[in-house]
Ligand binder design. Structure first.
Ligand SMILES: CC(C)(COP(=O)(O)OP(=O)(O)OC[C@H]1O[C@@H](n2cnc3c(N)ncnc32)[C@H](O)[C@@H]1OP(=O)(O)O)[C@@H](O)C(=O)NCCC(=O)NCCS
Length: 150
């Protein structure tokens, strides 16, 4: 990692990274489940704030922030390519998303955590609430983080 430059920034749908993000989500979040984004309603993608992590000019990770209300924002579509996982990139993306959310005045971030990824969010202070539910065919839990300013 020491010699690898990773940058995190926001993108818009008119940028070439938007297609790269689609490819990343397809590979990491859909194909392993035997699914495709082609069957998803992607309308939120055009209104969300999208963060990417980039290395050498290529997108290697992403996360989307979706406004739910004046107070609440949803973190979603969190993905890092397998060869880049476990190197702190997911954490960098979540930290950038949190900074954005708190600066924008939101009071709470919520997310639908895959059961296998709960430890990732828990390591960043997110707490679990509610019952297990199924999404994309696999178990999930609701998790949330309160603004430090509350
Ligand atoms: C989950 C995911 C986004 C994490 O990104 P990452 O870049 O690998 O995570 P990081 O390296 O930043 O890890 C941050 C911390 O979370 C921990 N962590 C990462 N993935 C974890 C997991 N699945 N379970 C438990 N802990 C995990 C790391 O050990 C690290 O803890 P530490 O700082 O105490 O060492 C990534 O592994 C991924 O894309 N997985 C497949 C898709 C997925 O499950 N997305 C989430 C859908 S809700």
């Amino acid at each position: 990692m020491a010699d690898t430059q990773i940058t995190v920034y926001t993108i818009t749908p008119d940028m070439p990274e938007f297609q790269e993000v689609w490819n990343l989500r397809e590979e990491v979040l859909r194909k392993p489940l035997g699914l495709s984004l082609k069957n998803d309603n992607l309308s939120r993608d055009y209104i969300d704030t999208i963060f990417v992590a980039s290395s050498g000019g290529s997108v290697i990770g992403c996360v989307f922030m979706h406004r739910l209300s004046e107070e609440q924002i949803q973190l979603r579509a969190m993905a890092v390519y397998p060869q880049w996982q476990g190197k702190g990139i997911g954490r960098m993306l979540v930290q950038a998303a949190e900074k954005y959310a708190w600066q924008a005045g939101y009071k709470q971030i919520i997310l639908h955590a895959r059961k296998v990824a709960m430890g990732f969010y828990a390591s960043m202070g997110y707490t679990t609430y509610g019952d297990e539910f199924t999404e994309v065919g696999i178990p999930h839990y609701m998790m949330s983080l309160q603004s430090p300013q509350v």
